[in-house]
Ligand binder design. Structure first.
Ligand code: GCW
Length: 668
């Protein structure tokens, strides 16, 4: 018997409402399979039967090579896009037509989702086409079993430098992924250490194959993160120069062998010349040369190379006020636009720094007109409370996706660029760093499941609202009691804002403890080499990134955004300190001074956590004890931590500025 929390949003609770049951039953008694079965269809049918037997206590009969006049009919239509499907229902027959087996699987999950949400099926007419063709997850799992920036226990792929042989959890994970439309993933960390370098060798290839097979059965393509310096690391060559004949031959041979054993592998993900990882810079080559060499190696097998743009100088001298880390991705990659192989994709983080609570959108997005690109989000809450704090991330991602880059005039939104529509890219999509681990509830914080669920739903359809996504998840995960739904909505909807309120203010970011990134440490990254500064002194705070007097970063945006950010008058409050250095007495658009804003938001943020707790307490008899207790413990820790943030930040800025809080609240 699996724990409630382990089942996440695939609860399939028994339906008590008999009226609803009688309305749905005609559609679910039989399934007619009017297409050729394969592993994916078999899994769709298993899922269907699992869901129905649990929700309706019925054993849906499967009719192959036959028809039904009542029930579900599965059909293929080659004219549909690969992942697209249509659901059409009369009074007692439901026809699911998909562009591929995978689309059928998605359609089955869709119907189960509708039933879990107690929707009616009669008269249904839905066409779904995912906005993004590639919908990917990245794991930062290491083979020693640890997960870099993992907050939900250890890896369920690896332990003790081996693959975990019991792969039940991998199956269960594949179900969760495909239920929200994810169709690609990497299983190992982008920081590829010694042992993981061997994933492309016979030491591990049969395990790679077995794992990849599991994902394939759920329509998911698996990729590997590789070590750019593999030829050196494995002791085969003394160089990894992308133009060296032996290096080219090494990768050609390696790719051939990998694809012999794992023909369905998606390709390689590469973090090169980034945070001390090796890359083409070592050999005086650029990133197009590095990426294309690998691209050509996997090309004969239909493979892809995903190349990360998280390249910056992490040995910066803090005294050097000219270098600006925010500029790095654009400065490195914009000049290479058009030089990449067709099967190479550049993977760009959503912001120019690193997954902070608030950042502008990366100016590189929209600037690559002739290059495939992926947008990268982080579901793991590295800088957002590490899954001990409740933070609903969809509102943040929606702001990114809705951002108008003006790349091709007004209304060139990020969502249309990364989907490949604006520049007509053959390969396009979104990827995110996952937040799951071996914890019994997958995500450490049970409510962090919502970010995992929501990520899949959002990148399938970026036009879903944050509210819609949260409601879907709550109903499937916690049931249909109106008070429970309303209360959890009240907790999650303002949670990103609450976190922003009690942590670093006005877009400045960082101010966390060095290396583990949890809890307040205002000067932690100030006199360091990471390019992460706030420049607070007794008069003011912020980074001048203007063209006029600063690092010139604003010049990387198209004119409309450049001008918006360049001027203190028009720069949005929430990003003010990202773009400008201002006195504490500077008056924001809200009418408050910067210093008073800092005091007020930090008190408000703590109050918002107190409200979350009161809300959750009111659900003590509505949610099962384990989940209730678990979330309760995390919330009380969150409150402690929020107070720590509030008092540290407020005291720091009072001590720096000497300006008192108008409301005279306690300062230490
Ligand atoms: O945010 C930083 C993390 C590193 C991570 C890196 C990256 C995998 O602190 O842990 O390394 O980003 O995205 O490569």
């Amino acid at each position: 018997e699996k724990l409630t929390s382990y089942r996440a949003w695939l609860q399939y609770e028994q339906i008590e409402n008999q009226d609803y049951v009688s309305k749905i039953k005609p559609f679910v008694q039989h399934v007619a399979v009017d297409l050729a079965c394969d592993e994916i269809i078999d899994n769709a049918l298993i899922e269907w039967q699992t869901g129905l037997s649990s929700m309706f206590q019925i054993n849906a009969s499967i009719i192959k090579d036959g028809s039904v006049d009542k029930g579900l009919v599965l059909k293929l239509d080659q004219d549909y896009q690969e992942d697209a499907y249509v659901l059409r229902a009369s009074d007692d027959q439901l026809i699911l037509t998909g562009g591929s087996s995978r689309a059928i699987l998605y359609g089955v999950f869709h119907i189960l989702r509708l039933i879990q949400r107690r929707a009616l099926l009669a008269g249904l007419s839905i066409k779904e086409t995912p906005k993004n063709k590639i919908r990917m997850i990245n794991h930062w799992d290491d083979m020693n079993g640890s997960v870099e920036r993992g907050y939900a226990g250890k890896s369920f792929f690896f332990d003790d430098y081996q693959f975990i042989k019991d792969r039940q959890r991998v199956y269960d994970y594949a179900r969760l992924l495909s239920s929200v439309g994810i169709n690609a993933l990497t299983i190992n960390n982008v920081n590829v250490h010694r042992i993981e370098t061997e994933l492309v060798t016979d030491t591990f290839l049969s395990d790679v194959k077995q794992t990849s097979d599991i994902f394939n059965q759920y329509g998911i393509t698996m990729y590997l993160s590789i070590n750019y310096a593999a030829p050196v690391e494995l002791g085969v060559l003394t160089t990894a120069d992308p133009l060296d004949e032996d290096v080219i031959a090494f990768w050609g041979k390696t790719a051939k062998h990998v694809y012999d054993v794992v023909p369905n592998l998606g390709g390689f993900l590469v973090k090169a010349d980034s945070e001390n990882r090796p890359g083409p810079f070592t050999y005086g080559r650029d990133h197009a040369q590095g990426a294309n060499m690998l691209g050509k190696a996997v090309e004969p097998y239909g493979g892809k190379v995903i190349w990360r743009c998280f390249v910056y100088n992490n040995k910066q001298d803090w005294r050097d006020r000219k270098t600006d880390r925010a500029r790095a991705a654009y400065d490195h990659f914009k000049p290479l636009d058009g030089e990449f192989n067709d099967n190479v994709i550049l993977q760009i983080k959503n912001g120019p720094m690193d997954f902070q609570v608030r950042e502008p959108v990366s100016p590189l997005i929209g600037e690559l007109e002739n290059t495939n690109q992926f947008l990268e989000f982080q579901i793991a809450q590295e800088y957002l409370g590490q899954q001990r704090h409740l933070v609903y991330l969809i509102p943040q991602w929606k702001e990114v996706l809705e951002f108008d880059t003006y790349a091709k005039g007004e209304n060139t939104k990020v969502k249309d660029i990364v989907s490949g529509e604006v520049f007509d890219n053959k390969i396009a999509g979104i990827v995110a760093v996952t937040n799951v681990g071996i914890d019994y509830n997958w995500t450490g914080h049970t409510i962090a499941q919502l970010n995992f669920y929501g990520y899949g739903r959002l990148i399938w359809n970026p036009d879903l609202t944050s509210e819609e996504i949260a409601l879907e998840w709550i109903k499937q995960t916690f049931g249909h009691d109106p008070k429970t739904i309303e209360t959890i909505m009240k907790m999650v909807m303002p949670s990103w804002e609450a976190y922003e309120n009690y942590t670093s203010p006005l877009g400045i970011g960082w101010m966390v403890n060095v290396s583990h990134h949890y809890g307040p440490n205002i000067d932690g990254y100030e006199y360091d080499m990471w390019g992460t500064y706030h420049f607070a002194d007794r008069n003011g705070i912020g980074v001048d990134r203007t063209i006029a007097t600063g690092t010139g970063y604003t010049g990387q945006y198209h004119a409309e955004n450049r001008d918006l950010y360049e001027s203190i008058e028009t720069c949005p409050d929430e990003l003010l300190l990202f773009f400008h250095h201002v006195p504490y007495t500077h008056v924001l658009k809200s009418g408050k001074t910067v210093i008073q804003h800092i005091y007020d938001t930090h008190h408000k943020g703590v109050e918002q956590v107190e409200e979350m707790i009161a809300n959750w307490d009111s659900l003590a008899d509505k949610v099962d004890e384990r989940r209730h207790q678990d979330v309760k413990e995390r919330l009380s820790h969150q409150l402690w931590s929020a107070k720590e943030w509030r008092d540290t930040i407020n005291s720091y800025f009072y001590r720096k500025s000497g300006i008192a809080d108008e409301q005279n609240r306690k300062i230490y």
